[in-house]
Design a protein around this ligand. Structure first.
Ligand code: SF4
Length: 386
């Protein structure tokens, strides 16, 4: 069977090289070609022995994910829908800012957690992505963007695992993918610039801290268990007190000295001044026990099945001020890519269920794109809606 080399972190690739009867250090050269230079063809790997290249051609490949659609927003945000087979599709979003380029990527096709305010959650769970499928999103985006922008240096400076899926429910595929992101021989991202976002899978938060600590964002969305149970069903298994204890333990390993709490602002649900004061009491029960944290308030992006609406701006500002006045660093997330449905919680917003995805894939031309190729098909949202 042909191995997809995107599946391996450096250690895994070294083991693969050994199985081929090659020295382990060959893996470093190979890893650099694949991830730093975006090579998809062994013949371009000029400093590898010809005999090794020939051997690799018989048993290995770098298998990209077919791109179903690509949308470019007026604000520079780019969203890709990738085909992962059998009617499933996942999304990745690139968000350019003055001082960074952030790629938001998916870890699962669908999601089993089923948060009420999340369109992916409403889609249901299909399957875990493999390491190769997680890494392929970054591999494609980085090398596509370099080509598109006409640059040779790195474009993506930050990766957030905030696309479709609960990354900590796909732990065994996630960790080698994170190691590839962090490797100096691949993308060379610092641990502070790779963020895993979780809805609170407590045992896996501990494992992430022990095995591959990166920045952590926790989807909190409610200040008490009764409300959080109704918004994030996983809370019934791991209630807020356990979740906050896990956050405290994580800080001993974390590359940042705070946890980011994500809080989606839902009109009339979780956005009153009283809710803000409850949050303060949660994270600042008394100064010595205070949990170092930041809050990121997210304007909700409504979708019909949720039955929820976005909090008015004035209420978001009042909420933010109450937290800030208590000394908690609080930001309100700028919405990006609104015109292409790439804003938070909108991923797969128009990929309602697997049947729809299958129809959509068969209706549209699936284009196998590789970073070294020009975009073969750039569709606008209007094209898609037509
Ligand atoms: S918010 Fe995250 S964990 Fe919750 S349903 Fe959506 S993808 Fe899953």
């Amino acid at each position: 069977m042909t191995a997809n080399l995107l599946e391996f972190d450096l250690e895994g690739l070294a083991a693969f090289c050994e199985r081929l009867g090659e020295k382990r250090f060959r893996a470093t050269q190979l890893f650099r070609w694949i991830h730093q230079r975006g090579a998809a063809d062994f013949d371009t790997m000029s400093d590898l022995a010809k005999s090794l290249r020939e051997k690799l051609k018989t048993c290995a490949e770098m298998r990209a994910l077919p791109v179903i659609t690509q949308h470019m927003s007026a604000d520079g945000t780019i969203k890709w829908l990738f085909d992962v087979g059998q009617g499933d599709a996942v999304e990745a979003v690139f968000i350019p800012e003055d001082d960074r380029g952030t790629l938001c990527i998916s870890s699962q096709a669908g999601c089993a957690v089923g948060c009420r305010f999340c369109s992916t959650g409403h889609q249901g769970f299909s399957r875990n992505l493999t390491t190769a499928e997680i890494v392929a999103q970054l591999w494609f985006a980085e090398h596509f963007l370099r080509k598109h922008l006409g640059v040779t240096q790195r474009v993506i400076s930050n990766v957030v695992m905030m696309g479709m899926g609960e990354p900590l429910q796909n732990f065994s595929a996630l960790v080698p993918a994170l190691r590839t992101m962090l490797s100096d021989h691949a993308y060379g991202l610092s641990r502070r610039r790779v963020t895993v976002s979780t809805s609170g899978v407590v045992p896996m938060m501990d494992r992430l801290g022990a095995e591959c600590p990166v920045a952590l964002a926790v989807s909190l969305h409610a200040p008490n268990d009764a409300l959080r149970d109704s918004l994030v069903p996983l809370n019934k298994k791991y209630p807020i007190a356990e979740l906050l204890d896990a956050c405290r333990r994580y800080l001993a390993f974390a590359p940042r000295d705070f946890i980011t709490f994500e809080y989606c602002m839902l009109d009339g649900v979780n956005d009153t001044p009283e809710h803000a004061r409850e949050l303060i009491a949660l994270v600042q029960p008394g100064k010595p026990q205070a949990l170092p944290c930041k809050f990121n308030l997210i304007p909700f992006n409504p979708f019909p099945a949720s039955g929820l609406t976005r909090s008015p701006n004035a209420r978001v500002q009042t909420f933010s001020k109450i937290l800030s006045d208590a000394g908690i660093v609080t930001t309100v997330r700028k919405t990006r890519g609104d015109d292409i449905d790439a804003a938070c919680g909108q991923l797969a917003g128009d990929v309602k269920d697997r049947t729809d995805v299958a129809k959509r894939i068969s209706k549209q031309r699936t284009v196998m794109l590789h970073p070294v190729l020009e975009i073969a098909s750039v569709e606008t949202k209007r094209d898609l809606d037509a």
